[in-house]
Design a binder for this molecule. Sequence first.
Ligand SMILES: [Cu+2]
Length: 333
Amino acid sequence: MSSSSKNSNQDLWTRRQLITGGLTGLGIAAILVKLGSQPRQASASVKIPPLEKGSLASGTTLDPMTILRDFNYGKVKRENGRLVREFEVVAKSSTLQLNSAISFISWNLNDRVPGPTLRATEGDRVRVIFHNEGGRSHSMHFHGIHPAEMDGVEPIRHGKTTIYEFDARPYGVHPYHCHIAPVTRHIGKGLYGLFIVDPREGRPPADEMVMVMGGYDLDDDGHNELYAFNGIPNYYRDRPIPIYQNQLVRLYLLNMIEFDPAITFHIHANLFQVYPTGRTLKPSEESDVITLGTAERHILEFAYTYPGQYMFHPHQDDIAESGCMGYFDVIPS
Ligand SMILES: [Cu+2]
């Protein structure tokens, strides 16, 4: 373990830090239970298969297998009796190796596309300290409910820092993204992510994961040539996501693909329960394919009955065949 294990503020630990600390999945689940201000769904009854960090092309630090289950709960403080979650986000520009042949100059947040998955409980105070080191003006515009001055549509110039502060509400799954024109370009370059607001009562234990669908317009012609779940095209096709048989999976799914008006999402050999925008505690419908407009997002829940490998992808097959393709590897429990 790194020295972070002695950190008195346990909320600084993210799952990523625990994983990179060399713990097995079972160890992670057990330790997360001890992290007091994290929600109840991080339960000892949930087993997370051990993960191997992916082998990526040299020069790439982005690891979609880490992004998948990495939730950033911020640095927790108490101010005037109120729980405050403080997040540090840095806009940068860096090269992303999309596959062995294609490198892409991304504009990103905290060195990743999508940016960090920020997570709070409804009613928490959220403070996002945004540093722009991206070389041009950017901003962070959150979906959800907040005052106009915290809406994140004003440009923050390179080298400047601003603070977005608001109450986490309502519970649900909300995107955030840069809102500087042309917004399609700033989003297409990678400046987006998820902001999860948990209901106060929590949700039942599950293997929770995040998938953000993004598109890459490589030649600036207003069309995407490549697509990806969590940043790297075909990553989960080549490295299937391990999940356990009969264990509930809770998928926080966001479509941030520009230029295509809507994207579908389909899982093989199963059905999922839909919690639209994460705004309900009971599912509204059951299906195996759902359509999401740009910035639309839902919670999907499912469990696999039979071991084996199962595809997930948009049912627009040209998009699936251009990088938005993955597998679940269902491990016998
Ligand atoms: Cu921007």
